[in-house]
Design a protein around this ligand. Sequence first.
Ligand SMILES: [Zn+2]
Length: 82
Amino acid sequence: MPIYEYVCRGCENEFEAWLRKESEIPTCPSCKGVDLEKKLSLPRVHGEGSREKAMRAAKKRDSAQAKESTYTQEQYEANHDD
Ligand SMILES: [Zn+2]
């Protein structure tokens, strides 16, 4: 389902609309107006992809750090168990 971004000419509200058909015309959620300007959604889709990648990298890093701190804790306990 394609997502389109619109700017309402009536109230300048920016919103996204999921259209099932290309011919479907959304209404502004703010003023219910239909005088809308369609924006290109491609840059946003690209942005979401790299954000997802960044999130995955951050999760990887976090779990690596969690492992490391567990290891450090174990080392500490092993060295101070006398
Ligand atoms: Zn509006």
